[in-house]
Design a protein around this ligand. Structure first.
Ligand code: FMN
Length: 368
């Protein structure tokens, strides 16, 4: 099969991407207890800098936002100095990199943030899943505290300030994490939002939080440096809204008022999906969203090429393939075999193993 589109350059705001193969954001939990992006992480991202764009692993925008052991933060100067090493390491290879901005909301536990106590969410509804990994081991999910109106304003500003820090640190842009059942998704979807104020009820009200964040971030940094990720079909973290199609089409359509870098849609079903209706497709989003669309979940080189050639997406993000193939772009380009997928026990463990020790194709050729 002729692959062409994947390797075409594309203009993303003011930057030009070398190709349309995007590295999906992936939490790898190598930042230590201090949550500071370190040299090992810089090496990991440097190895993958031939991606058209790297979207970093999710990074907490505040202490309250934390919800994953040893994931990096983006709320202190020290954390941003740590991230600078990664930014420089990617730029040294002529790569491009966006920082993913994260607030876990109820997908957290009070032991993550002893100062602020209980996790927060749109409503006091716990995730209906077995347990969460916390600094004190596996724990049952807690019922979060519903946010007060003034706190919502403060969190919106936390996103904007994190975006500002990212740009000051040299990131090419930021991705607002509106997917996978984290705080923004918790507001948008009816399964986790039963508020009766301006942030609950109708689709317009439930997506108000998302739009306030997009608005604040776009007023703080250039909107062409802002992307947003959504997971309309996802079930992760107890998601699924009966009106998911109407909700996410409303979101996509109304994002047109901002001149965003892109809309990143997890359309594929390989990461778990709700069965509340026919899954949403990239085409549906392309029909309403006027900007660039990134598709993701379960794509191969062939299906990615098809999606772009058919006009369903402009770029495709790859997650797991980038874990075990730092040189994924070169492998795709030269029709080389991919390394086997990384076992899950290496996804979040500390150290180099399963992280920076994957062979690239030149090493394989050299030893064979
Ligand atoms: C180890 C791991 C960590 C992930 N962490 C994040 C994350 O921090 N933010 C996010 O939006 N998605 C995260 N995801 C989801 C990926 O971005 C992607 O959607 C998923 O891997 C499906 O794409 P793939 O089929 O190409 O792997 C993660 C996935 C994996 C495997």
């Amino acid at each position: 099969m002729q692959t062409q589109k994947l390797f075409e350059k594309i203009q993303l705001g003011n930057i030009e991407l070398e190709n349309r193969i995007i590295m999906a954001p992936m939490t790898r939990a190598r930042a230590g207890k201090e949550m500071i992006a370190n040299d090992l992480m810089a090496e990991y991202y440097n190895q993958r800098a031939s991606a058209g764009l790297i979207i970093t692993e999710a990074s907490a925008i505040s202490e309250e936002a934390i919800g994953w052991n040893e994931a990096p933060g983006a709320f202190t100067e020290e954390q941003m100095r740590g991230w600078k090493k990664t930014v420089d390491a990617v730029h040294a290879q002529n790569g491009k990199i966006f920082l993913q901005l994260w607030h876990c909301g109820r997908a957290s536990h009070s032991s993550f943030h002893p100062k602020s106590g209980l996790s927060v969410s749109a409503s006091a509804i716990a995730i209906n899943e077995e347990y969460i990994h916390t600094p004190t081991g596996k724990q049952a999910h807690e019922v979060p505290r519903a946010l007060e109106l003034d706190e919502i304003k403060r969190i919106v500003n936390d996103y904007a300030q994190a975006a500002k820090r990212a740009i000051e640190t040299g990131f090419d842009g930021v991705e607002i994490h509106g997917a996978n059942g984290y705080l923004i998704d918790q507001f948008s979807q009816s399964t986790s939002n039963i508020r009766t104020d301006a942030y609950g009820g109708s689709i317009e009200n439930r997506s108000r939080f998302l739009f306030e964040i997009v608005d604040a971030v776009c007023k703080t940094i250039d909107s062409k440096k802002v992307g947003i990720r959504i997971s309309p079909n996802g079930i992760y973290n107890g998601m699924g809204s009966k009106d998911f199609r109407e909700l996410f089409l409303y979101v996509a359509k109304n994002l047109n008022q901002y001149n965003l870098a892109y809309l990143h849609v997890m359309d594929g079903l390989g990461f778990g999906f709700h069965d509340l209706g026919e899954p949403m497709t990239l085409k549906e989003f392309k029909n309403v969203f006027k900007g660039l669309v990134i598709g993701n979940v379960g794509y191969t080189k062939e299906s990615a090429e098809d999606a772009i050639s058919n006009g369903d997406a402009d770029m495709i993000a790859f997650g797991r393939p980038f874990i075990s193939n730092p040189d994924l772009v070169e492998r795709f380009k030269n029709n080389l075999e991919l390394n086997p997928e990384a076992p899950m026990n290496l996804w979040y463990c500390p150290g180099k193993e399963g992280y920076t020790d994957w062979q690239n194709h030149q090493d394989i050729v050299a030893v064979s």
